[in-house]
Design a protein around this ligand. Structure first.
Ligand SMILES: Cc1ncc(COP(=O)(O)O)c(C=O)c1O
Length: 479
């Protein structure tokens, strides 16, 4: 049985330079009880605790407790201790869940992929077999040996890493200074900081969208405007413009390349239209570039940030292409916003672990990241081509899929007649997990989502797994 914590109380004579007597202890308990500092049902400190604290004998404490029990002020419960007497002898506490709660919405249980299947066909992660374990551990060992870094951290993020990120972005036509980069715990923290620090009350999001962005914004109390995204038709700019003009969100959250979950990449004219809209309405834009660096030539499209616009904030992360457990992401913001964003990060964390940031910095510095990316891109190029070829060969009529040319996943659309839940159950019998995607969609009444399918991952599954999974999928869809 778990013991309740005891109530500590002060024994006044202890501060007067003499050893407290049993009578002092009794008086102190009575006084504290009268003052309400020792409420009914409170557990008194164990005899040994007082003995040690005050430097008095066990017998002195025990005789004080005996007297309190004799007077009916306290009761003894076997193996549990001495308590202030009360009829109920329990302290009623308001369970946290019943305390008047802020406007938090209940979160759905975290749906991690069903790990019992050996093929995770909808995973957004990278195949562990492609991870550069040895080189990372070399960097970790070297960082641990660096003198003087033990107690160091920088709220904005490890300065050398910020400089390296800025340099890489600049090389990708996004001129950036290290002072504009904030290191975050994955890009998830970047989304959180932006909405809280800038007190964003309304956000426009694609529909469907990365589910934990939607949940985060909702739970931070923001009102959402859903912008319907059909990856097969492109963005309906008229529809988006009228929704944005009507609802006037202060922020547009856009996953502009290899969008999660559809794999859609915005066309240049769509990006330009959004930059213009942001300039005329004053709407801020948070661009999430989660899938950059995955597949060679995958970075050929411009970003909102590269097209300009002082209203664009940019988030990215090393989670998907290097090491999920590293949890290093970053946010790039216009200069005037940096102090507010950094202040919010300081309040939340004081600073993230410099250790992982320093390992990553070393990894970049030694040129390992570029070597790693070349290897990853070659592997993903081959897997992507194989995935598309295998879909062409095995998908029955009525199925179609996006061709992202980058990022970790594509979207496979299946005929409406296919029940996704039962397809998922049948695929499970083939040892394949496909992830239901309903939480990506805005729920308006009983209207069915405008897409009917799921993600297919070429980043997580190798060719052999893709063949097995897609062949089985083809058979089940035909059935
Ligand atoms: C589009 C998108 N953005 C951001 C994230 C957050 O990832 P992380 O915090 O690991 O960078 C994810 C995670 O899957 C994602 O899919």
């Amino acid at each position: 049985m778990q013991r309740s914590p005891y109530h500590s109380f002060s024994v006044r004579s202890a501060f007067e330079g003499r050893r407290p007597t049993a009578a002092d202890l009794v008086e102190s308990v009575l006084a504290e009880h009268r003052a309400g500092h020792l409420p009914d049902g409170a557990r008194l400190p164990p005899v040994r605790a007082i003995e040690k604290q005050l430097g008095i004998s066990k017998n002195t404490v025990q005789s004080a407790y005996d007297e309190l029990v004799a007077r009916g002020v306290c009761v003894t419960r076997e193996r549990d201790g001495v308590f202030i007497a009360t009829s109920a002898a329990t302290i009623s506490r308001t369970p946290l869940a019943q305390a008047s709660a802020p406007a938090l919405r209940p979160l759905p249980p975290l749906k991690s992929a069903d790990k019992s299947a050996s093929i995770q066909l909808s995973s957004v992660f990278i195949d562990p077999a492609l991870l550069p374990r040895e080189k990372l551990s070399e960097c970790a060992r070297s960082v641990l040996r660096t003198p003087g870094l033990e107690s160091f951290y920088d709220v904005q993020g490890y300065a050398p890493l910020r400089a390296q990120i800025a340099e890489r972005l600049t090389a990708r036509a996004m001129p950036t200074d290290a002072s504009q980069v904030i290191i975050t715990t994955g890009s998830q923290q970047a989304l959180d900081i932006v909405v809280r620090a800038l007190a964003v009350r309304s956000v426009a999001v694609e529909d469907p969208v990365y589910s934990h962005a939607r949940l985060l914004f909702e739970n931070l109390g923001a009102t959402l405007t859903s912008l319907r995204l059909d990856p097969f038709a492109g963005i309906d700019l008229d529809q988006w413009t009228s929704a944005l003009v009507e609802h006037k969100p202060s922020l547009l959250y856009a996953i502009t390349r290899f969008q999660n979950p559809t794999g859609y990449s915005y066309q240049t004219h769509e990006l330009e239209a959004l930059v213009r809209l942001s300039a005329t309405t004053g709407m801020g834009v948070l661009e999430d570039d989660w899938g950059s660096d995955m597949l060679s030539e995958g970075d050929y499209r411009p970003t909102l940030r590269s097209l300009g616009g002082d209203n664009v904030l940019y988030a990215n992360s090393f989670t998907k292409k290097l090491l999920p457990s590293l949890r290093v992401g970053y946010l790039v913001a216009p200069n005037p916003l940096i102090p507010t964003l950094v202040a919010m990060k300081r309040l939340a964390t004081l600073g993230n672990p410099w250790f992982t940031e320093a390992i990553l910095s070393e990894f970049l510095d030694r040129g390992y990241y570029d070597t790693h990316l070349r290897a990853v891109q070659a592997a993903l190029d081959a897997r992507y081509a194989h995935c598309v070829d295998t879909l062409r060969e095995h998908m029955p009529e009525g199925c179609r899929w996006t061709l992202p040319g980058g990022g970790p996943t594509l979207w496979l659309e299946v005929p409406r007649a296919v029940d996704l839940a039962s397809l998922s159950a049948r695929m499970h019998a083939h040892d394949v997990h496909i992830q239901s995607t309903e939480e990506h969609f805005a729920r308006e009444g009983s209207e069915a989502p405008h897409l009917h399918g799921f993600r297919v991952s070429y980043a997580f599954c190798d060719e052999e797994k893709l063949t097995r999974a897609i062949t089985a999928l083809g058979r089940e869809l035909r059935a």
